[in-house]
Design a protein around this ligand. Structure first.
Ligand code: ATP
Ligand code: ZN
Length: 286
């Protein structure tokens, strides 16, 4: 039997949709949804396992799955030995300490002597140790935010996204302990054959990630402004310039970075560009 690689992703939760989307954008077809627990890709040597996110680091570390997509928070908290292959840029969140709204928090030293409730005892204990804070950790597995309100703890350490959960529980964010995003992790002992398959996947992931940050741009430019306009649009190699039917005008095609786009747009218009079209790109292979 030829080698396949097994990828563990979250079955249902905040990581699931983006994990599935990433694999599909890599051109790998597989069925998901319903009660599926595992699924073999039709056109790539990959099997997808659908698991609870907390189980993913252990499965990958033990080689039950070869690779996995999981939040850094969970990967670090479980203290499993994993190879972090690359950050994936989604499911960004932070782990923060929340204290009662009325508490006068001045610095990390304010945490001394506190009882802090959390589902992340390892990450919190590293943080307390690193900053030489003496506080006690109360591990609880869910609804951490209510712990101070019911007298179980003085503060909490939990995932914060907008902060509204903190506020509705009478808490405020005092300190960021850890910043997280989804990562692709691998079993440290992958065979050479599996490593080759992983590398092919990474090549495709790079093409998708490059494309997400880039847009294809087409515009019409008066020939006298071509020099200025093309200097604003470096392109993958250099812009394509083609003559228009109308004398003295050209069509310019190039790519622009998403984050530079608005700034460049103004300059292009000032330089005389017209009919500017901006189109999403699916993949970029350099
Ligand atoms: P499971 O049932 O698989 O155990 P869960 O309830 O533990 O799921 P989710 O709430 O789905 O986990 O979160 C999964 C991961 O998504 C978290 O570990 C974290 O990395 C990330 N995450 C959590 N909250 C947010 C958020 N508000 N925004 C973006 N990402 C988040
Ligand atoms: Zn979980």
């Amino acid at each position: 039997m030829s080698t396949i690689i097994r990828l563990a992703i979250q079955k249902s939760g905040r990581l699931s949709e983006d994990s599935i989307k990433l694999i599909k954008e890599c051109g790998i077809e597989f069925s998901s949804g319903g009660g599926t627990l595992k699924s073999m890709a039709h056109n790539f040597p990959l099997e997808v396992l659908f698991l609870r996110d907390d189980d993913i680091p252990g499965y990958v570390a033990d080689g039950v799955a070869d690779i996995g997509i999981v939040g850094q928070n969970v990967a670090v908290e479980t203290r499993k030995t994993l190879e972090v292959v690359r950050p994936l840029g989604f499911s960004k969140c932070r782990l923060s300490i929340g204290v009662p709204k009325g508490f006068e928090y001045t610095s990390k030293e304010s945490l001394n002597g506190m009882r802090i409730a959390t589902s992340y005892p390892n990450i919190l204990s590293d943080f307390l140790f690193e900053h030489n804070i003496k506080a006690s950790i109360h591990e609880i597995s869910g609804s951490v935010e209510i712990a101070p309100g019911i007298g179980l703890a003085d503060a909490i350490c939990d995932i914060v996204s907008s902060g509204s959960t903190l506020i509705s529980n009478g808490l405020k964010e005092a300190e960021v302990v850890f910043r997280s995003e989804a990562i692709l992790a691998a079993c440290p002992q992958l065979s050479a054959e599996k490593r080759t398959i992983l590398n092919e996947m990474l090549f495709r992931i790079s093409a998708v990630q490059q494309a997400e940050k880039t847009k294809y741009i087409l515009l019409n430019a008066p020939n006298h402004a071509l020099k200025t306009i093309t200097s604003l649009l470096p392109g993958v190699k250099s812009p394509t310039v083609m003559p228009l039917m109308e004398e003295g005008w050209s069509s310019v095609h190039s790519v622009v970075k998403e984050n530079e786009f608005w700034e460049i747009l103004g300059k292009l218009k000032d330089a005389g560009a017209e009919g500017i079209l901006v189109i999403p790109i699916e993949k970029i292979v350099k």
